[in-house]
Design a protein around this ligand. Structure first.
Ligand SMILES: [Zn+2]
Length: 143
């Protein structure tokens, strides 16, 4: 967690984004780390956890981080929680909780409650065709 805090500090001092740092560990060894770079990259998905997941996947040459543990300075937002689950990360340790994050002005809290419903179904039949094409492939993988 100390290294995650250092990552967060590096990020805020460089003006990269919020005070969020993250480290991913496998078998006691750091395999990826990162900090929030939303401002630097002008990309709202560049949260510390996502940056660390990208780095770990690149370093290990896989999209599957099974057996890895993630340390982050703040409780993962719903987007990062989703990314963590997609990556099969086994355990998460966080420092500050969502109320702490809310207190310094980040709006995660509304997303935990689902946010505004902005989605609706469109052209399902057309999209199902590509699903069928996918299921017909012999070498399909499970992502
Ligand atoms: Zn996040």
């Amino acid at each position: 967690m100390k290294i995650a805090v250092d990552e967060a500090r590096t990020g805020i001092n460089a003006g990269h984004g919020g005070p969020f740092g993250c480290v991913i560990v496998r078998n006691g060894e750091i395999v990826g780390q990162g900090h929030n770079e939303v401002v630097k990259r002008k990309d709202p998905t560049c949260h510390g956890e996502v940056m660390a997941i990208r780095n770990a996947c690149k370093a290990l040459g896989t999209y599957d981080l099974s057996g890895c543990e993630l340390y982050t300075t703040a409780e993962p937002c719903p987007m990062c929680r989703g990314a963590i689950l997609w990556a099969n990360i086994s355990r998460v340790y966080y420092g500050c909780n969502v109320n702490d994050t809310d207190r310094i002005g980040f709006r995660d809290k509304v997303f935990y409650e689902g946010g505004e419903d902005i989605s609706e179904e469109l052209d399902r039949e057309e999209c199902l065709k590509v699903f069928e094409e996918y299921t017909a492939l012999n070498d399909k993988k499970q992502y």
